[in-house]
Design a protein around this ligand. Structure first.
Ligand SMILES: [Zn+2]
Length: 340
């Protein structure tokens, strides 16, 4: 009994000593790391970390005082990622869309800006209930960013969802008004222009702000006339390097396998998926984990300046939608429960 008690006391004593040593050695560095990560933008963070290393830390109080004595850094707009193992964003690139550059080796091979293992996530055909919010949640969980190409009509159906896409910091371009094939023989040049411009105006109407001058042709059907028109409008054209064919997938596993297999061959590139598709939304959590495990790095493409939509299309769209006057009244002012 006495031996057992002695052993217990000795164990507790040892635990206290270990805890005390850990606290003394770990806490000053933990303080430094948090201060640097939260308050400094990436470039300054590197400088802070580098300069912090050789400084001797004699006592906790001195180290804390030294940090507090630094001039205050203005708060950063982006919150830190809560997931330490997130896929994240390795690089943000700003795109000057002057002249309508083309991206994605399926059609355009001039601008080879991605290095090995670099990928760009892109999503077409939204915004759509359930699937788009699910995609947004997965991207947020992985602290990563994508480019969205919504359909104009869908943007008018679900403007509140499209607003969430922009609010989360993703780039939003357009994908025509009605997902028409602009390379079809039935489509004349004016009709193709109308599809493009009305699509952008619809996205603007939904967002209450101009979209990025980023465009993707439905079904990747590039008509030469529309390509040169987009050039004259200084709109970048997005093809892709990896076409997931997720709209043909029978389940989430097929989406995952399709992307990973094609990506293994290309080694990098712009990945085309659809936030409109249920299987894609379901596949995304596992797919992003697998991309992270495979060493892939996400590049976020941002436009240098927003698109100037054409006033005639903005105005025509508002007219077309023929919103009734009553729609401005609150719902409980219009609809009252009288019996239950
Ligand atoms: Zn599409």
């Amino acid at each position: 009994m006495r031996n057992a008690l002695g052993l217990m006391l000795a164990s507790v004593g040892a635990a206290v000593v270990i805890a005390a040593v850990w606290f003394w050695t770990a806490s000053p560095r933990a303080d430094l790391a948090v201060a640097a990560t939260v308050s400094a933008p990436p470039a300054e963070r590197l400088a802070a970390t580098a300069s912090a290393k050789p400084v001797p830390i004699p006592e906790d109080v001195d180290a804390t005082a030294a940090i507090l004595a630094k001039p205050p850094v203005p708060p950063q707009p982006k919150t830190a990622c809560a997931n330490p193992d997130a896929l994240g964003v390795s690089r943000v690139v700003e795109i000057d869309t002057m002249g309508g550059p083309g991206f994605g080796f399926a059609h355009f091979k001039q601008l080879d800006f991605l290095t090995d293992k670099e990928i760009v996530l892109t999503f077409d055909d939204g915004p759509w209930p359930v699937n788009t919010p699910s995609v947004l949640k997965t991207l947020a969980d992985e602290c990563t960013k994508a480019v969205f190409f919504p359909i104009g009509k869908h943007a008018t159906y679900h403007p509140e969802i499209l607003k969430q896409v922009v609010a989360a910091g993703h780039s939003v371009g357009a994908h025509t008004w009605s997902h028409a094939n602009l390379n079809s023989k039935k489509m004349n040049e004016q009709q193709a222009r109308d599809e493009i411009e009305k699509g952008f105006s619809a996205v603007k109407l939904a967002l209450g702000a101009a979209p990025s001058p980023f465009f993707r042709f439905p079904q990747l059907q590039h008509s030469p006339a529309a390509v040169s028109y987009l050039g004259s409008r200084n709109v970048a054209i997005f093809s892709c390097d990896v076409d997931s064919f997720d709209f043909k997938a029978k389940d989430a596993t097929q989406v995952i396998n399709s992307v990973l297999t094609k990506l293994e061959k290309s080694g990098k590139g712009i990945i085309l998926m659809h936030d409109f598709q249920k299987h894609t939304a379901e596949a995304l959590p596992v797919l992003l984990r697998r991309l992270k495990a495979g060493g892939y790095k996400v590049v976020h493409m941002k436009a240098k300046a927003p698109l100037q939509t054409l006033a005639e299309y903005d105005e025509a769209l508002v007219k077309d939608m023929k919103l009734p006057v009553a729609s401005t009244r609150p719902v409980n002012n219009v609809v009252q429960t009288v019996t239950e």
